[in-house]
Write a protein that binds this ligand. Structure first.
Ligand SMILES: NC(=O)c1ccc[n+]([C@@H]2O[C@H](COP(=O)([O-])OP(=O)(O)OC[C@H]3O[C@@H](n4cnc5c(N)ncnc54)[C@H](OP(=O)(O)O)[C@@H]3O)[C@@H](O)[C@H]2O)c1
Length: 324
C-alpha cells in the first residue's frame, strides 16, 4: 500500500506529507478515525494535549500496533500546552501525553503556542476579568524552548519544534540557544499562504506543517471547500475540493494534516493528487488581498499588548510575547 510522499526533516527523519488531524473530534470519534486512517495508509498523526482526546488515540494505537503497523512506521506529533510552559512542567506534561497514548516516545514535540499561561487548568481564568484567560508574563519562550531542548536527551522525543511561531519568535529562541526548531506548524491555506514564513523556513531548513488546510470555518465563513474556484478545479481534474486544497499545500512543500471523522473523507483526503501550475495559481489567487486567519487562540486583554501573530490583523489578539 502506498503511504504517500515522504519528506525528510532536518533531523533526518522521514515525515509522510499527508497526516491526520485530530482536533475537535467529538468523544468516541477520534478512536475510530485514527484506526481507519492507519488501516488505510496514514502514517502521520497530529495530536495535542489540549485536544483532550489522546486517551482515545491511545486506544486506537493499541488496535493497530503491532497488528497493522510497527510503532517505528508511524510519525506521531504532539504538543505542549500553554499552561505547561514553566520549565519544570515541560517534561511532566510530555510524560502525561506518553502515558495517555501508551507510547515510549514521540516523533515530534512542539510548543503549541508562543504564549504562556500560568499552571492550573488548560485555560486558567484571569484573576479579575471575566471571560479572559490569565497570562504568565514571567516565563519566556526561551525558558520553555531550553526545557524542550533538554527532552531530546531523554529519548522521549525524536525531534522538537514549534507551532504558531512568527519569524521573530523563532529568531528569538535560536539567538538564545543556537538550536533551530525542526518544524513550525502553522495555519496555512489559500486564504493564509504564509509567504514570509515559507521563505524564512526554506532559508533555515525548517519544515512547515499546514494546519486547517481546508480552512476550518470556526468563524462561520464560507468553507474553502465550497469556494467556486476550488470546486471548478476539482471538477476539471476529477478530484474532491478537499483533495485540491491538500494538493495546494503539498505543492508549496508543506506537510498537510486534514482532520475528518468520516471514513470516506479520511480515505479520499489521503489520495494524493497533483496540481498543475495553472491550477495551483488559480487557487492561490483566492487569497489575494483577503487574507483570513481562522484560528485565534483565546481572548486576551488588548491592554497587555500581546500580539501573538505579530501582524496587523484586526481579529488578532494583541499581546507582546515575552521571547527572551
Ligand atoms: N497547531 C495548532 O495550533 C493547530 C490549530 C488547529 C488545527 N491543528 C491541527 O490541524 C488539524 C487540521 O485542522 P482543522 O481541524 O482546524 O481543520 P481542517 O482539517 O482544515 O478542516 C476540518 C473540517 O473539514 C471537514 N472535512 C474534512 N474532510 C473533508 C472533505 N473531504 N470534504 C469536506 N469537508 C471535510 C471536517 O469535517 P468532518 O470531520 O465532519 O469530516 C472538519 O469540519 C487539526 O485537526 C489539528 O490536528 C493545529
Amino acid at each position: 500500500m502506498s503511504h504517500g510522499k515522504i519528506i525528510t526533516l532536518s533531523s533526518g527523519a522521514p515525515l509522510p506529507q499527508i497526516g491526520l488531524g485530530t482536533w475537535l473530534s467529538k468523544p468516541n470519534e477520534v478512536e475510530n478515525s485514527v484506526e481507519i486512517a492507519v488501516r488505510n495508509g496514514y502514517r502521520h498523526l497530529d495530536l495535542a494535549m489540549i485536544y483532550e482526546n489522546q486517551d482515545e488515540v491511545g486506544r486506537a494505537l493499541k488496535k493497530v500496533i503491532p497488528s497493522v503497523v510497527k510503532r517505528e512506521e508511524l510519525f506521531i506529533t504532539s504538543k505542549l500546552w500553554n499552561s505547561s510552559h514553566k520549565p519544570e512542567n515541560v517534561e511532566k506534561e510530555l510524560d502525561e501525553t506518553l502515558k495517555l497514548l501508551g507510547l515510549e516516545y514521540l516523533d515530534l514535540y512542539l510548543i503549541h503556542w508562543p504564549v504562556a499561561f500560568p499552571p492550573g487548568g488548560f485555560f486558567p481564568p484571569h484573576p479579575t476579568k471575566k471571560n479572559e484567560v490569565a497570562i504568565d508574563t514571567e516565563t519566556s519562550l526561551v525558558d520553555t524552548w531550553k526545557a524542550v531542548i533538554e527532552l531530546l536527551k531523554t529519548g522521549k522525543v525524536k525531534a522538537i519544534g514549534v507551532s504558531n511561531f512568527t519569524i521573530e519568535h523563532i529568531q528569538g529562541i535560536v539567538d538564545a540557544t543556537g538550536v533551530w526548531p525542526t518544524v513550525n506548524q502553522v495555519e496555512a491555506h489559500p486564504l493564509l499562504p504564509q509567504d514570509d514564513l515559507v521563505e524564512f523556513a526554506k532559508k533555515h531548513n525548517i519544515h512547515l506543517t499546514a494546519y486547517s488546510p481546508l480552512g476550518n470555518n470556526l468563524i462561520g465563513q464560507t468553507k474553502l471547500v465550497d469556494y467556486p474556484e476550488v470546486k471548478e478545479v476539482a471538477d476539471k481534474i476529477g478530484a474532491t475540493p478537499a483533495q485540491v486544497l491538500i494538493a495546494w499545500g503539498v505543492y508549496r512543500g508543506y506537510s498537510v494534516i486534514p482532520k475528518s471523522v468520516h471514513e470516506e473523507r479520511i480515505k479520499s483526503n489521503f489520495q494524493q493528487i497533483t496540481l498543475s501550475k495553472e491550477d495551483y495559481e488559480k487557487i492561490f489567487a483566492i487569497g489575494k488581498n483577503r487574507h483570513t486567519r481562522f484560528n485565534i487562540p483565546v481572548t486576551y486583554d488588548p491592554k497587555w499588548d500581546i500580539n501573538v501573530f505579530n501582524e496587523p490583523i484586526e481579529r488578532t489578539a494583541t499581546h507582546k510575547v515575552k521571547i527572551a
